[in-house]
Design a protein around this ligand. Structure first.
Ligand SMILES: Nc1nc2c(ncn2[C@@H]2O[C@H](COP(=O)(O)OP(=O)(O)O)[C@@H](O)[C@H]2O)c(=O)[nH]1
Ligand SMILES: [Mg+2]
Length: 482
């Protein structure tokens, strides 16, 4: 487990940490203690965690670089683009390689900064995730998590799902939204326990808008498509924002220099008919004979801006925005990146709100524990005693067993060590009666018999004392950070 980063947390969060720590020390079940430990780690992180998700090639790493204003994430397809990568603030720049076995190696940043194409492992299967620590200003507000999003056609890989499901907020990228994305978003929310992630903290991005249509100006189509998806996905995403990621990466990053501005100006001042024809396709631009720019310069512009970005550059120059800063400002404006830079997810009360949401969903998961249901059922016995609810003698006996049994067999009135099938059958047999009682009018009764039914269902579905069915995915391989 990574040591929790120290740093300022809000007053509510500080109290929660204290409460969790005290509760943790009183718990005897190791798995429960682990879960509360995980919660403490998460609460103690001073910055909210924003994870960027979506399928491979959606443009996630490019967008991460735009948000970092630095090219730290590897883009395209390399060894490192297949790994979940955390970008967190640190005073010293370095890459931590976290093995799945809990081991850790520290590497310098690659030449040129960032992760580089490889971390020098013959076998990346043993790597859990990477953490890039660097004194980048954007990271003083939040920690960013880039995910690989490798997929069979519709599914994200388990590492990506886990990283997204454990984030405080998710930016989900879709170059061409479709049914697969809806499935993937549902899977991410399922991983998060279905509670913590939703329209309040999941934002959609229509990425690579320049590749969405063949129009000279892709924005009208992009806005239309984004609006349609925002409407369709309103229940799960707060909005769908169109972004030209590549243009944003170059606009915000350090790579576009005075020399590049000069190249664009040369193009703008050349015969416009020829330039326009050359810009119809990447191939035409590459094979352009007697071009006013040599092949290397054309390639560099293509790599940084894409055809669309070069056209945007020419339009900006036509408007008289000829200096490098003016061009960069224009690129940023026409990339749509500003919509993502002011999300308010890092405002202090938002951070506290998120901490509380995280706690709520963790508590909801804990509520599934038989031991906690029994605590609730102990309240039922008190209410019975005090005459606040009435039940027939047989039901009282069953309720008492459920509330006090020390294992699932005895919770169901059987001998200790009863066969699993007998335990399951006894659980199944009780469910209809509790359900019938739930239809009664007394609120107190309803609440307690529902807990009784849920406990029986839990025993039925997970097998006696958790022996049978698989653990819900949310509890496996929780966070790569732990
Ligand atoms: N034309 C264009 N290409 C983009 C854009 N964003 C990313 N790309 C390119 O698409 C490829 C995949 O991008 P990457 O960010 O690595 O995708 P990821 O797999 O989702 O992280 C790279 O070659 C990027 O340069 C964009 O907005 N427009
Ligand atoms: Mg990537």
């Amino acid at each position: 487990m990574t040591a929790p980063s120290t740093g300022p947390v809000g007053p509510v969060t500080a109290r929660l940490i204290e409460l969790c720590t005290r509760t943790r020390d009183r718990l005897r079940t190791p798995e429960l203690r682990d879960r509360v430990d995980g919660l403490v780690t998460r609460l103690g992180e001073p910055r909210i965690r924003v994870a960027v998700g979506g399928r491979m090639n959606a443009g996630k790493s490019t967008l991460v670089n735009a948000l970092l204003q630095e090219r730290l994430a590897a883009t395209g397809a390399t060894e490192t683009t297949r790994l979940v990568t955390w970008f967190r603030h640190g005073h010293q720049a370095r890459v931590r390689v976290h093995g799945r076995d809990g081991g850790e190696r520290v590497l310098p940043l690659a030449p040129g900064g960032g992760v580089g194409a490889s971390v020098g492992d013959a076998d990346t299967a043993g790597i859990g995730h990477l953490t890039v620590e660097t004194p980048n200003d954007a990271l003083t507000r939040h920690t960013l998590v880039d995910t690989p999003g490798m997929d069979s056609l519709s599914r994200l890989d388990p590492d990506s799902l886990a990283a997204l499901g454990d984030a405080d907020a998710v930016v989900y990228l879709m170059p061409h939204p479709g049914a697969n994305d809806v499935e993937a978003i549902d899977a991410v929310r399922g991983w998060a326990g279905g509670l913590r992630l939703g329209a309040a903290n999941m934002l959609g991005v229509l990425s690579r808008v320049d590749t969405l249509s063949d129009d000279d100006d892709p924005w009208p189509t992009a806005r239309q498509v984004a609006d349609r998806y925002a409407r369709d996905l309103r229940a799960v995403l707060s909005d769908v924002v169109p972004v030209a990621g590549l243009l944003a990466e170059t606009a915000r990053g350090p790579d576009f220099t005075e020399a590049d501005a000069r190249c664009l100006r040369t193009l703008a001042d050349a015969d416009r008919g020829r330039v326009t024809r050359a810009l119809r396709s990447v191939q035409r631009l590459r094979r352009w004979e007697d071009a006013p720019l040599d092949a290397a310069d054309r390639e560099r512009l293509l790599e940084m801006l894409g055809l669309h970005g070069i056209r945007v550059g020419l339009a900006l120059l036509d408007e008289g925005r000829r200096s490098t800063p003016a061009l960069l400002e224009g690129f940023a404006q026409r990339s749509g990146i500003a919509a993502l830079e002011h999300l308010g997810w890092d405002a202090p009360d938002e951070v506290d709100r998120r901490a509380l949401l995280a706690l709520q969903s963790d508590l909801d998961r804990l509520r599934l524990e038989p031991a906690l249901r029994q605590v609730e059922l102990a309240g039922a016995l008190v209410d019975l005693e005090a005459g606040r609810m009435r039940l027939g003698d047989e039901d009282v006996a069953r309720l008492r067993d459920l509330a006090t049994g020390v294992d699932d067999a005895r919770r169901l009135g059987l001998e200790a060590g009863a066969a699993p099938a007998a335990v399951a059958a006894a659980a199944a047999a009780q469910i209809p009666q509790w359900r019938r009682l739930e239809a009664r009018s007394s609120r107190v009764l309803q609440r307690h018999v529902r807990t009784a039914r849920e406990l029986c269902e839990h025993i039925l579905f997970t097998g006696p004392d958790g022996s049978g069915a698989p653990t819900p995915p949310t509890w496996q391989a929780r966070t790569p950070s732990r």
